[in-house]
Design a protein around this ligand. Structure first.
Ligand SMILES: Nc1ncnc2c1ncn2[C@@H]1O[C@H](COP(=O)(O)OP(=O)(O)OP(=O)(O)O)[C@@H](O)[C@H]1O
Length: 255
């Protein structure tokens, strides 16, 4: 297994342009660099190209113009196994990621597929489950857990691969306020680079010091989440709306 390059940024996207096979151009030259340990929210209206961008990060989509590198390693067909270890994507529906009889087996699946066995595997699984506060649930069937607990286990399945970057698609969706807060605390406690795609702007503000707005297939803004969400004209232009009465200056951002 290639060691991740410790000097390069976690993610380096340069000039990424992509048209779907039907000819629809979804990305028009995206540049995005995310440094080690940063937490960045990827914001933008429906159809902006956020999913298209994310699917390029681990090579699910390829064939566009430009380049994507993860910790210095270019995303291309020859590197896909290592890239998929480095880029952990947590999809919106945890049931897309949980399919084994027990939580432990689900979390073990990735590292075991990469050849890990025995005490090393068990330690890896328990560290990942501890990280999301689910160690006590290791022997439970995932389908007996609540939605919020299943989402945490889905995060653990990705953490067990010790990714360079954790990509979360709408992590707060369908969570009650307590689960939402608990997941935010967990994500803040992790020592990993985070890219979070979300329409939940208060959650972006709570978790991510930096945000990027993708709109019409281009990066329209990149700055502190507080500054972006506080810019009424920018928000209006890109169809981003804060909940009524929400003042982004009133939130203390967790570093
Ligand atoms: N398989 C596909 N074939 C053709 N066009 C597609 C395909 N998937 C997405 N698109 C188009 O590409 C554009 C970007 O879509 P994408 O799903 O990346 O947006 P998004 O920002 O993730 O939106 P949302 O917030 O609604 O999830 C949209 O215009 C969409 O219709």
């Amino acid at each position: 297994m290639t060691a991740a390059d410790s000097v390069s940024p976690s993610l380096d996207v340069r000039g990424l342009a992509y048209a779907y096979p039907d000819g629809h151009q979804a990305l028009f030259g995206v540049d995005l660099t995310v440094g080690r340990g940063e937490r960045v929210a990827l914001l933008g209206p429906n159809g902006a190209g956020k999913t298209t961008l994310v699917l390029h990060l681990n090579g699910i989509l390829t064939g566009g113009v430009g380049s994507v590198a993860v910790a210095g390693l270019p995303v291309d067909r020859r590197n896909l196994a290592e890239i998929r270890r480095r880029v952990g994507i947590v999809f919106q529906d945890p049931d897309d990621q949980l399919f084994m009889p027990t939580v432990r087996e689900d979390v073990a699946f990735g590292p075991a597929s990469a050849g890990m066995r025995g005490a090393e595997l068990e330690a890896r699984v328990m560290t990942a489950l501890d990280g999301v506060g689910m160690a006590d649930f290791a022997d439970r069937p995932p389908h007996h857990l609540s939605f919020g607990q299943r989402r945490r286990v889905a995060v653990a399945t990705v953490l067990a691969m010790e990714p360079e970057i954790l990509v979360l698609d709408e992590p707060s969706s369908n969570l009650d306020p307590a689960s939402r807060r608990e997941l935010a605390d967990i994500l803040r406690s992790l020592d990993v680079t985070v890219l979070m795609v979300t329409h939940d702007l208060p959650y972006a503000l709570e978790l991510c010091p930096r945000s990027v707005i993708l709109s019409g297939g281009v990066i329209a803004a990149d700055g502190t989440t507080q500054a972006l969400l506080g810019d009424d004209e920018l928000m209006h232009t890109h169809r981003l709306e804060l909940p009524f009465g929400f003042d982004p200056r009133s939130v203390t951002i967790g570093a």
